[in-house]
Design a protein around this ligand. Structure first.
Ligand SMILES: N[C@@H](CCC(=O)N[C@@H](CS)C(=O)NCC(=O)O)C(=O)O
Length: 226
């Protein structure tokens, strides 16, 4: 399997954690990315494979796929063990819903913090306005942490066993913290869950690669208490 991803692509990293958890060998091209230009100019293979021009793209023989969710489901079908989706229909649907929520409910307020890894330009008024928007997004982030904490009461994983819901949600929390957002230390269950996942080799390896990519590519962001 060959993956086209980006060094700081949350959606690409989601696929990589799944591949590593399953022990599936893969090769990876990290497409060019800078904090000032983003993914421009886009990689030819990505443009050819994905009409949206986005990573991740997965090539497996004559199968070429894009969109992390589609890719995760393909990997699960091709390599069912160890499972990353629950077996029974209702838990499986809830797992898909939690993965969708990570990207479409938890992530949007976190996106308001992401400008912090870009080098500050001369327009300080713009940066100040971005900081105000980031501050305005914080209550939603903290409320999402509170809900996750309640959901994780008495449970090691979001759906009873490790699943793509944990992978997607873990990355959203990691991206919150690396962008200087609220930590999880006040949420006992969420913190325990995060630390348990962070200790797994697949998660630890990807978190270390993201930290390396930040050192190489990102404006340093002051982190808050974890
Ligand atoms: N829903 C897509 C989102 C992919 C996505 O947003 N990729 C970003 C990098 S994390 C990208 O390629 N952005 C460049 C662009 O949109 O032009 C997925 O799950 O794969």
């Amino acid at each position: 399997m060959h993956l086209y991803s980006g060094p700081l692509s949350l959606f690409g990293r989601k696929v990589e954690i799944a591949l590593r958890e399953k022990g599936v060998p893969y090769t990876c091209d990290m497409v060019p990315f800078t904090q000032t230009e983003g993914y421009a100019p886009k990689h030819q293979a990505v443009l050819a494979a994905n009409p949206k021009g986005q990573v991740p793209v997965l090539v497996d023989g004559d199968v070429t796929l894009y969109d992390s969710t589609v890719i995760l489901e393909y990997i699960e079908d091709k390599y069912p063990e160890p499972r990353l989706y629950p077996r029974d229909a209702s838990s499986r649907a809830l797992c898909r819903l939690a993965e969708l929520e990570a990207g479409e409910v938890l992530l949007p307020p976190v996106r308001k913090l992401m400008f912090r890894t870009e080098p500050p330009g001369p327009d300080t008024a713009r940066r100040d306005a971005q900081e105000r928007e980031a501050a305005a997004a914080e209550p939603a982030i903290i409320e999402n942490h509170r809900k996750l904490d309640a959901r994780l009461q008495g449970s090691d994983f979001l759906l009873g066993e490790l699943s793509v819901a944990d992978i997607a949600t873990f990355l959203t929390v990691l991206y919150t913290v690396r962008n200087g957002g609220p930590g999880v230390s006040h949420h006992r269950n969420l913190r325990r869950w995060y630390e348990t996942l962070a200790a797994r080799p697949a998660f630890a390896g990807i978190a270390a690669e993201i930290a390396d990519a930040d050192r190489a590519l990102s404006h340093p962001v002051e982190r808050r208490e974890f």
